[in-house]
Write a protein that binds this ligand. Structure first.
Ligand code: PGA
Length: 248
C-alpha cells in the first residue's frame, strides 16, 4: 500500500516571519501520520520552518537544488546544504523552472541523481502544455520527461525515494483542474512507463502525485483515484485550504 503524500509548494511567497506565523497557525492541524505532509518554503525560510516542525510528522522540502557539490556557482544551493537543515524532499523540474530558468531534462536527471546520493527524495515534475495535449502529444511528452529524469536511477530508489508529480501545465495556477479521469489516466500511464523501464513490481511501488489547481473542493476525488498517491499543491498551500486538503 503506497502512503499518500501531500506537499505544499509555496513558490516565491512568504518571507521568513510570515512563514513562521503560517506554520505556527497550521502545524497542529496538519500534523498527521495518515498522510506524509511536506512543506516546501523558499530557501531563506527553510531553516526556520525546519525548527518549527522538528517535533511533528511534517517533513521539509526544498523547491530547487544544484547538482554540483560546492564551489564557484554563485546563487546556487547544494544538496549538502539542504540536508544540513533537514530537508527530506526536493522539487525538481517544476514547469516554472523548465519555462523560466531553462531547466532541461538533462539537468533534472543530474539533480535527481545527486539528491539520491544524499538521501533526499526528488519530487520530479512532469506535464504537458495545453497545445501538446490538444495535438495528442501529451503521452509522448510525459513519457520522455519520465525516461530522461530516471536515466541511470537504480530501481531501489523508485521503490522508496522517488516521487513523480504529474502537473499538466494548463492546470497550474489557472484554477482549471484536470478531471479525475484525465489525472488518473496520466498517472496510470506514468506507472506503465516505469513498469517498462523497470518491472511491474517497481511500478506498483512508485509514488505518483497529481498537481494543478488542487483545492479543498476537488482534493478528495483526486486523491481517491487508483493511481494517484497524493498531491502537489501550489496556491492552496498558502492558506487554510491546505489544512482542508491534508484532512480530505
Ligand atoms: P497550483 O500549483 O496548485 O497553484 O496550481 C501547483 C504547482 O505548481 O505545483
Amino acid at each position: 500500500m503506497r502512503k499518500k503524500i501531500i506537499a505544499g509548494n509555496w513558490k516565491m511567497n512568504y518571507s521568513v516571519n510570515r512563514a513562521e506565523d503560517f506554520v505556527n497557525d497550521i502545524k497542529d492541524r496538519i500534523n498527521t501520520d495518515e498522510v506524509e505532509v511536506v512543506l516546501c518554503p523558499n530557501f531563506v525560510s527553510l531553516e526556520r520552518v525546519s525548527d518549527l516542525i522538528e517535533d511533528t510528522n511534517i517533513k521539509l522540502g526544498a523547491q530547487n537544488v544544484y547538482f554540483e557539490d560546492k564551489g564557484a556557482y554563485t546563487g546556487e544551493t547544494s544538496v549538502d546544504m539542504l540536508a544540513a537543515v533537514n530537508v527530506k524532499y526536493c522539487i525538481v523540474g517544476h514547469s516554472e523552472r523548465r519555462m523560466y530558468f531553462n531547466e532541461t531534462d538533462e539537468i533534472v536527471n543530474k539533480k535527481v541523481l545527486k539528491l539520491l546520493q544524499k538521501d533526499i527524495s526528488p519530487i520530479i515534475c512532469v506535464g504537458e502544455t495545453l497545445e501538446q495535449r490538444d495535438s495528442s502529444k501529451h503521452f509522448d511528452v510525459v513519457e520522455n520527461q519520465v525516461k530522461n529524469a530516471l536515466k541511470d536511477v537504480d530501481s531501489i530508489f523508485l521503490k522508496n525515494k522517488i516521487v513523480i508529480a504529474y502537473e499538466p501545465i494548463w492546470a497550474i495556477g489557472t484554477g482549471v483542474t484536470a478531471t479525475d479521469e484525465q489525472a488518473n489516466e496520466m498517472c496510470k500511464f506514468i506507472r506503465e512507463v516505469v513498469s517498462k523501464l523497470y518491472t511491474k513490481n517497481v511500478a506498483d511501488m512508485v509514488t505518483i502525485l497529481y498537481g494543478g489547481s488542487v483545492k479543498p473542493s476537488n482534493a478528495k476525488s483526486i486523491l481517491e483515484q487508483s493511481d494517484i498517491d497524493g498531491a502537489l499543491v501550489g496556491g492552496a498551500s498558502l492558506t487554510n485550504d491546505f489544512v482542508a486538503i491534508v484532512n480530505y
